[in-house]
Design a protein around this ligand. Structure first.
Ligand code: TYD
Length: 212
């Protein structure tokens, strides 16, 4: 029998509206169908404290400075790491997380212009204790996704309501990260056919020994 990787902390990243939720759902169904248990979690969130911080971060009536925003995401992450990710890692479980540190690096580091290295520094807890073993980046320009397809989705949270140029910078940020961490980050060019994208994700995860 093939051996699975020792640590299996997988994150999924990408801009708004690129089909990340659909791909997570398809991955979940595949793992269930093939009898591979996994912990599915998300950021910001995953614990009561982190979900409460999420509500502040996404509340469109809040005016939040870039630095406070970065610290709030990082704080929510510390609670999530301690209560969900590290315990699951210790139990040897497969963890699939919807967004993680690369969202902070792309959104706060690049789009909010705090700088990738500064945002890495304020996420030192995650950097030291818990970096992903593999990150799937859905490599699609958000301005070609539903953000440009009128009426498909109502823009209703503080981050979604940001300008096209902000979301374009997030995408540039992700592309920079994919260059900076070529071993960890696998860029998946989405196919119009979501099944093909799903298969590409499975191929990457199987090749790394993260799933069967
Ligand atoms: P969410 O509704 O979960 O976004 P999506 O459905 O697109 O995954 O909202 C999370 C938002 O927070 C999203 O706009 C990305 C942003 N974000 C950051 O800016 N920094 C971070 O560290 C994280 C985890 C998310």
């Amino acid at each position: 029998m093939e051996k699975l990787a020792k640590s299996r902390f997988i994150t999924l990243e990408g801009c708004e509206g690129v089909g990340k939720s659909t791909q997570l759902k398809m991955l979940k169904e595949y793992l269930e169908k093939t009898g591979q248990p996994a912990v599915f979690t998300r950021e910001p969130g995953g614990t009561p404290v982190a979900e409460a911080i999420r509500n502040i971060l996404l509340d469109k009536s809040m005016e939040i400075s870039p630095s406070v925003e970065a610290y709030l995401f990082a704080t929510a992450r510390v609670d999530h790491i301690d209560r969900v990710i590290l315990p699951a890692k210790e139990r040897g479980e497969l963890i699939i997380c919807d967004r993680y540190i690369d969202s902070s690096l792309a959104y706060q580091g690049v789009a909010r212009e705090l700088g990738i290295d500064n945002v890495l520094a304020l996420n030192s807890y995650a950097v030291e204790k818990c970096m992903p073993d593999k990150t799937i980046f859905i490599d699609m320009d958000p301005n070609n996704s539903w953000r440009k397809q009128n009426g498909k989705k109502i823009l209703d949270d503080r981050m979604e309501l940001e300008s096209d140029s902000f979301h374009g910078k997030c995408y540039e940020g992700y592309k920079e990260l994919a260059k900076r961490y070529p071993d960890r980050i696998a860029a998946i060019a989405p196919n119009l056919d979501k099944k093909t994208t799903h298969e590409s994700i499975l191929d990457v995860l199987r090749a790394g020994g993260f799933i069967k």
